[in-house]
Design a protein around this ligand. Structure first.
Ligand code: ZN
Length: 686
């Protein structure tokens, strides 16, 4: 389980930023005179009626979402800045004489060239994937199907996802994780819900399946598409919903492979594991254990596997293979795939340009080689030092807060303090960089490059499965605009690229940095104490350290939060699902409260200065509203609301601030205002 700060980059957007200067001695803030763009504010909206619109309303009136993005705003501007910087790095490599480039940089350039050489891609047609397609079309037995599902190079779909991660109860060991999978749409609800918008998406998906097979030269594709959609609908019916899937108590089910075979006897597990070369002996010489997530779905999925003819599985595997490789195939495939996954699901009408997609591919397959160059060029040591200081201040504020919690018994409080003292922050970039030398890139073999890249990563993880866990590793690359908390490592991780305005600006007023990056840091720390993260102790072990009564008190508070978010309606008739987003909403709620405390601690008893007639607390909340300055397409709002753990931006601002007493004081919010909550209904967690 990784708890990340924001929805993924498919929600990505565009705009127009010049490369900023590197650190200067006395930088001036990027936004406004002291860090917030006051021209964004809509003074016709009362803060208590809609704080998101109050802070951002004027900006929203004029913001235009570019055709190749699903949204625009602060996050997306930084995303574009990262893309531009990665492109500047690659452009630099393109200008170097080939002989002078070190091998790692040459590999970056070769992969980028392979991806951007669209003439060669068109000329090759289906040749690069012909062998794989022939292979999938000739599968004969259920064992063949299971092997294809497991295959890393084929990267097609599978009923069961296999991955290697840390064992939550023994975080010094790696484990094989198995979870439900198999759907081409973002969530089971897309297949099952009686809803007009979702019914239209199902129709578009069926057409997409048919068209992709037709492009690959298959016949009778409408009937094949019907069978695939019927199969996926059956899969959706037996799978777990998102709320259950994020419940650690339900998804930690360790068992031997023998027990797995009893749980789901109709699936050929031996063939599946053999394909991935999973050793059947564990670190201690005992039989291999696997950790099964959606336990009660495993048997029914195996039954669907057995009931479905191999011919249907062949079509299913082919169409998902084509989806995985569409970006590396001729334009007709790429465009058709985008028309569904880009336009229908996120509302984008134009594909990102090829060069930008090229650097995304480098970020995905050679992320730390590229990240190394990014950090050297765009992440000055002063930024790292300042961010480290802020993280320490937030951790201190958390510690001070825990000591005063009234709803928690001294026994549990002591454990919580232990946990906060054990946190490991990681800032900017890894202490040592990944070695990609075993990954070979061939300039004229794009499909092979992608397959070898995926295989390299699998082999890297497999090779150490019986070794001690490497806790220095990062799950995000430095140019990523995001952050995460990783429960088994009890670590908070902030890539270099999020440590920039509007989140973090060394030239801005303190209140602004605490309301921006302070809230982000507080959010990540709070994941250690959200409804799931709180089930891990300070050593990262998944075990209960709460008394029964304290856990009951906590659950009552979080239940109130679920109810609040269930009531929010980002689009008419489309509600946030409070149970799916609870962990993130807790992290927002607690993170902002702690960030404000940290700001007050930083004032060290002095009154905050008043700037432009605004108090310190007012500037703090305005900065928080500003980091979520976002305009999003309706299709993207729907996809995020139904298939992501993060509430959409508007309700991350409204849902968080209205639970804080200080916000009511700062903006004179009164009974009668739309989002006013009486004091006894405000949820204070940490
Ligand atoms: Zn989060």
């Amino acid at each position: 389980m990784r708890l990340v700060f924001a929805a993924p980059a498919w929600a990505a957007i565009a705009c127009c930023l010049a490369l900023p200067a590197l650190a200067q001695d006395i930088p001036s803030p990027k936004f406004g005179r002291w860090g917030v763009d006051l021209s964004s504010i809509d003074h016709s909206v009362k803060p208590g009626d809609n704080f998101f619109l109050y802070v951002n309303g004027n900006w929203l009136k004029h913001a235009v979402i570019p055709p190749d993005r699903a949204s625009t705003g602060g996050f997306q501007d930084l995303q574009i800045l990262s893309e531009r910087r990665m492109r500047a790095i690659v452009d630099g490599l393109e200008k170097e004489p080939e002989a002078t480039l070190p091998p790692d940089q040459r590999k970056l350039r070769d992969l980028y060239d392979a991806f951007t050489d669209t003439r060669a891609i068109e000329a090759a047609g289906l040749k690069p994937v012909r062998q794989d397609l022939n292979h999938l079309a000739s599968l004969q037995t259920k064992e063949d199907v299971a092997r294809a599902m497991a295959s890393i190079p084929l990267s097609t779909e599978s009923l069961y996802d296999i991955s290697i991660s840390v064992d939550d109860k023994h975080p010094d060991n790696y484990a094989i994780d198995l979870s439900q999978s198999g759907l081409g749409l973002p969530d089971r609800d897309y297949y099952l819900k009686d809803d007009k918008a979702l019914a239209a998406i199902r129709t578009a998906y069926r057409q997409y399946l048919s068209d992709m097979m037709k492009l690959a030269g298959m016949t009778d594709t409408d009937a094949r598409a019907d069978r695939i959609l019927a199969l996926e609908t059956r899969i959706a019916q037996v799978e777990w919903n998102r709320a259950d899937r994020r419940d650690e108590d339900k998804i930690y089910n360790p068992m031997t492979v023998a027990q797995l075979k009893t749980l789901a006897p109709q699936f050929p597990w031996d063939a599946f594991f053999a394909e991935d070369r999973v050793p059947m002996t564990g670190r201690d010489g005992h039989p291999r254990m696997v950790i099964v997530a959606e336990k009660s779905a495993f048997g029914p999925l195996a039954k669907i596997f057995a009931d479905t003819p191999v011919s249907t599985w062949r079509d299913y595997l082919i169409v998902h293979y084509l989806h995985s490789f569409a970006p590396y195939l001729p334009k007709a495939f790429d465009d058709r795939d985008f028309a569904f996954y880009g336009t229908v699901l996120t509302g984008r009408t134009q594909q990102l340009d090829r060069a930008t997609r090229g650097v995304h591919l480098l970020d995905a397959l050679l992320g730390e080689d590229l990240g190394k160059l990014y950090v050297a060029r765009y992440f000055p040591p002063e930024a790292k030092a300042k961010a480290e200081q802020l993280v320490q201040n937030l951790l201190k504020a958390y510690e001070a807060d825990i000591k005063t919690l009234s709803w928690m018994s001294p026994a549990t409080r002591e454990k919580a303090l232990e946990k906060i003292r054990e946190f490991t922050p990681k800032i900017g970039y890894p202490t040592h960089w990944r070695d990609y030398s075993a990954y070979s890139v061939v300039r004229g073999d794009l499909v092979g490059d992608v397959q070898r890249g995926n295989l390299f990563e699998w082999n890297r993880e497999l090779a150490r499965i019986n070794q001690p866990v490497d806790k220095s590793e990062w799950d995000m690359t430095p140019p990523t605009i995001n952050a995460y908390y990783n429960p088994p490592f009890n670590e908070i991780v902030f890539p270099a690229a999020i440590l920039q305005p509007p989140f973090f600006d060394p030239g801005a007023d303190d209140a602004v940095n605490y309301g921006g990056i302070g809230a982000v840091i507080g959010h990540e720390i709070s994941h250690g104490f959200d409804d799931q993260g709180s089930k891990y102790n300070g050593k990262g072990v998944f075990e209960n350290w709460w008394t029964k009564q304290d856990r009951a008190n906590f659950n009552a508070k979080t239940a109130a939060l679920v109810k609040q978010y269930d009531a929010y309606e980002p689009l008419p008739g489309l509600h946030i699902i409070g149970a799916n987003t609870l962990g993130e909403n807790i992290a927002d709620n607690a993170g902002l409260a702690i960030a404000l405390k940290a700001y007050h601690i930083a004032l060290a008893g002095r009154p905050a200065p008043v700037i432009d007639g605004l108090t310190g607390d007012q500037r703090f909340y305005l900065a928080f509203g500003q980091i979520w300055r976002t305009k999003m397409r309706d299709s993207a709002i729907r996809t995020q609301t139904l298939s992501n753990e993060h509430s959409v931006a508007e309700f991350r601002v409204i849902g968080t601030t209205r639970n804080q007493d200080e916000w009511y004081k700062a903006f004179d919010v009164k009974p009668g205002d739309k989002y006013y909550l009486p004091p006894d209904q405000r949820v204070h967690l940490w």
